[in-house]
Design a protein. Structure first.
Length: 452
């Protein structure tokens, strides 16, 4: 028995060390088995304690009375599926008559304590079916993106959600987005990660970086156009508006609305055009948008109105032309002048990193998801990259971007530099890059030159 005791002690010590130092490894080796057993064994009692059971039907009560048997117990939701994942468990439940998905959502915190999980979130899949996503450890403490992600055109993975799922930036479903964050909150890393992921896609990147280009110009080999000051930005935005109008003329010419043309072949945006006619989609990244809205003189005010008007037109009309906006800044509110709130209303996706005041969080979520405001202002300083994301549907979630250095982002952009398309009408804004210099070994005086 001594060797069995020693083996058991070794397993316990190993499990403790893994849970302390490598929670992901602990979950894959020990945690997933223990959590599955805990859920299956205590499921009925936990559901009853959390108020997620319904009384038995009358016909069962009548049969019990006629047979002189004890009354049947209350029934919890049916377990339709239990699936382990790399970060937790996915439990799919079939609701009983009289139950509501809101009841399950309201009991998530009680379920988290009862099943001894790190987090529990719920979502309604369809009428009568609810999915519980349970996480076994803090997946945002050390972000590890899965090796395989669901890549699709104009859809890139940028972060990890608190429930262990991958957070995607899908431009087809959410064309325009706003990203807020104070200094050292991780906003630049989020933008850098987004560029590195987009670099491998067939898309044209256009950037405006009024901090003299310190954020975007190192990635210039993958950009088709860049501007590093407000004057150049105004001209670049005018060129984008002209490009958008040209794309709409192309779509109009290809619609061919006649009685013999099927509905599916009538073009309404660039994705309905044939492949050989479809223009390259464009993602416009604006860093520190407040620099485009501030002014001190009358001439700068005219330039500012020109810039905001162009951005608002692109946000309202650019989606069908394949132009998508990524607006970043520390603040984005009415204090930046007229037209700003109209522009913000067109930015469906919202992401807020750590902010310095509640007003900044209200700028992002006050009009779409008020519950996310408190979550945004409670992000601690020592967790850069942690953010709250939401959209116009009212749903929101905590996410965290994996850290990517500037060198890694530059390498990704250089590796896919051949994918940067040459856009007609943007030649004046294409970044000027030094030619690539190949390293040639120069023989020293002690080395004899190679013979011809």
């Amino acid at each position: 028995m001594s060797w069995l005791t020693a083996l058991l002690a070794l397993v316990v010590v190993t499990a403790g060390l893994l849970r302390w130092r490598r929670p992901a490894w602990y979950w894959l080796t020990f945690g997933v088995v223990l959590a599955t057993l805990r859920v299956l064994v205590h499921y009925s009692s936990v559901m009853e304690a959390c108020g997620l059971t319904v009384p038995p039907p009358r016909w069962r009560l009548a049969i019990a009375r006629m047979a002189n048997r004890p009354a049947p117990e209350s029934r919890p939701p049916r377990i339709l599926r239990l699936r382990p994942t790399r970060t937790g468990l996915v439990l799919r439940l079939g609701l009983r008559p009289g139950q509501d998905a809101f009841d399950v959502a309201a009991a998530c915190d009680r379920l988290r304590h009862s099943f001894v999980m790190y987090g529990v979130t719920s979502r309604e899949l369809r009428s009568g079916v609810v999915e519980l996503r349970m996480t076994g450890y803090d997946v945002l403490a050390r972000v590890q993106m899965p090796a395989e992600v669901d890549n699709a055109p104009m859809r890139v993975p940028v972060a990890l959600r608190e429930d262990g799922a991958v957070h995607y930036r899908d431009y087809r479903s959410t064309p325009h987005a706003l990203t807020l964050g104070a200094t050292k909150s991780g906003k630049s890393v989020y933008q850098r990660n987004l560029v590195a992921e987009l670099a491998a896609h067939e898309v044209a990147l256009v950037g405006i970086d009024c901090k003299q280009g310190v954020e975007l110009f190192p990635l210039a080999r993958r950009f088709s156009a860049l501007a590093d000051n407000p004057d150049t930005a105004a001209e670049l935005l005018d060129a984008l508006v002209a490009h958008m109008e040209g794309v709409y003329q192309l779509i109009r010419a290809e619609q061919r609305i006649t009685a013999d043309v099927p509905d599916a072949e009538i073009a309404a945006d660039i994705w309905d055009l044939p492949d050989h006619l479809r223009p390259t989609p464009i993602v416009l990244l604006v860093d520190e948008v407040a620099e485009l809205a501030l002014f001190a003189t009358k001439d700068e005010e005219k330039r500012r109105d020109r810039i905001i008007t162009a951005l608002a037109r692109l946000a309202q009309l650019g989606r069908a032309a394949g132009i998508y906006l990524e607006i970043c800044g520390q603040r984005f509110g009415s204090e930046l002048g007229k037209g700003i709130t109209m522009l913000r209303a067109q930015l469906t996706g919202r992401t807020a990193h750590r902010v310095n005041d509640e007003t900044s969080a209200n700028m992002a979520f006050g009009d779409i998801a008020p519950d996310a405001v408190l979550a945004a202002i409670s992000i601690p300083t020592e967790t850069p990259g942690l953010a709250v994301t939401g959209d116009s549907s009212g749903g929101w979630a905590r996410i965290r971007t994996p850290h990517i250095s500037m060198r890694q982002a530059v390498n990704a952009c250089n590796r896919h530099a051949h994918r940067a398309p040459v856009l007609p009408g943007f030649a004046a804004f294409r970044p000027e890059l030094p030619p690539t210099v190949s390293l040639v070994k120069i023989p020293t005086s002690t080395e004899a030159p190679a013979s011809a």
